[in-house]
Design a protein around this ligand. Structure first.
Ligand SMILES: Nc1nc2c(ncn2[C@@H]2O[C@H](COP(=O)(O)OP(=O)(O)OP(=O)(O)O)[C@@H](O)[C@H]2O)c(=O)[nH]1
Ligand SMILES: [Mg+2]
Length: 376
């Protein structure tokens, strides 16, 4: 095993140097930005990339194996390696080396990422895409490479965006519908922003698109919940029906039959509350919505989001809507969820302002968000 540090002006440059010197099988142990100031003058930012290569691999592809372990570009001077300080320094270096070897052993198992895709891989991880999804994604890129030959940087960037856009599926509500009212229900865990999102969409429908909009609340468990929607309905001058039992649902829809769109607000449910989910299912069966959006806050842990989608899927959802993007940068979770559950994304929300803080999901924007090329 040979370990070496490479200093360059960009990660890409360092990766190219690593490829030339250590070969394509090199693995990256760490990337650090150096912003050292010398003699009062600020130097240009540079990066230090530590890479390693298995000497056996290099020998097997016909390159000369080196016996030395090049831990650092600057070898310890002989005067430093004697005396108490020298011993301490050596001990520290040995500890470092041991830690790095442990890391290599761990990384070797799963980080077989060719250097040209490493930046993409690290970006995805940094944006919250889980390792499995990021590796799978890089594998897709690699198979593309075999078709097209050795890719350059601009090819990779374009390819990454295109591949991401193929995975990300979005769904819009139809602009015009034959059958009215067009019914849209929001379901999801507690406090994720269902009611606020309905207020945003309903206000935009009325103010910007001149649609006739009605509201139905089934959230009769908390007085405050009905009040919240009632206050909004009063301000926006929209009809609101409160439905206490599943039987009343059809009547409420009948009363709102002149509307273009009807939004159904539902009580927040824990995904582990099976009874609660069943009850929700019964209400929605009566409403038979054209769209059922599962509303998820992106501030929720990814493992919990997977559990939520899985358990809420007893209800026939056909959209996922992500909220609270302003409270996190963990956008990569969107990719993991779409890839796993194959549900289209409808909207992204990013604040409490009604109706401003919402946008239709679009594949290009989400792909760029995941790659850190857009921000909220
Ligand atoms: N930062 C941020 N806050 C949001 C967003 N959407 C909603 N909120 C806030 O989140 C809180 C809960 O929003 P609600 O709309 O009441 O959530 P809910 O899902 O209807 O909640 P329950 O009906 O209790 O299950 C409120 O303070 C909202 O203002 C968003 O996109 N970003
Ligand atoms: Mg609510």
């Amino acid at each position: 095993m040979r370990i070496k540090k490479f200093v360059a002006e960009s990660v890409q440059q360092a990766l190219e140097n690593i490829k030339v010197e250590l070969g394509p099988d090199a693995i990256i142990l760490s990337i650090q930005e150096i912003t050292a100031a010398k003699g009062g003058r600020k130097k240009r930012p540079r990066v230090e990339v530590t890479a390693a290569v298995d000497e056996e691999v290099r020998t097997s592809v016909g390159q000369p194996a080196k016996r030395t372990v090049a831990y650092s570009e600057t070898p310890a001077s002989p005067s430093n390696s004697t005396g108490e300080n020298g011993i301490l320094k050596l001990q520290r270096e040995l500890t470092d080396l041991r830690q790095q070897l442990t890391q290599i052993a761990q990384l070797k198992n799963h980080l077989r990422i060719p250097t040209e895709f490493l930046e993409t891989y690290l970006t995805l991880l940094n944006q919250g895409v889980n390792e499995e999804v990021a590796q799978d994604f890089v594998r897709r890129l690699q198979s593309q490479k075999q078709v097209d030959g050795q890719p350059g940087n601009s090819f990779i960037r374009r390819q990454v965006l295109e591949e991401l856009q193929q995975i990300i599926v979005t769904a819009e509500s139809p602009w015009q519908v034959q059958e009215t009212p067009y019914v849209i229900a929001m379901i999801g865990p507690t406090g994720v922003g269902k009611t606020t999102t309905i207020a945003k969409l309903a206000a935009a429908d009325k103010v910007f698109h001149n649609r006739k909009v009605g509201l139905i609340s089934t959230d009769t468990y908390r007085i405050a919940a009905v009040e919240q929607l009632q206050t909004f309905a009063n301000i926006a001058q929209l009809p609101l029906k409160v439905v206490y039992t599943a039987e009343e649902m059809q009547f409420a829809l009948f009363e709102l039959r002149e509307m273009d769109r009807v939004y159904i607000d539902t009580p927040g449910r824990s995904q582990r509350n099976e009874e609660g989910l069943k009850e929700l299912q019964v209400f929605l069966q009566r409403a038979h919505p054209h769209e059922t959006h599962l509303v998820l806050s992106l501030t929720t842990k990814e493992i919990d989001l997977h559990d939520i989608v899985k358990r809420f899927s007893v209800i026939p959802i056909n959209r996922i809507l992500f909220t609270k993007l302003d409270e996190t940068t963990n956008y990569g979770t969107i990719l993991s969820l779409i890839k796993h559950f194959k549900q289209p994304v409808s909207y992204l929300t990013f604040g409490q302002n009604v109706p401003e803080d919402i946008r239709k999901a679009d594949t290009s924007f989400i792909a760029r968000l995941i790659l850190g090329m857009e921000c909220i």
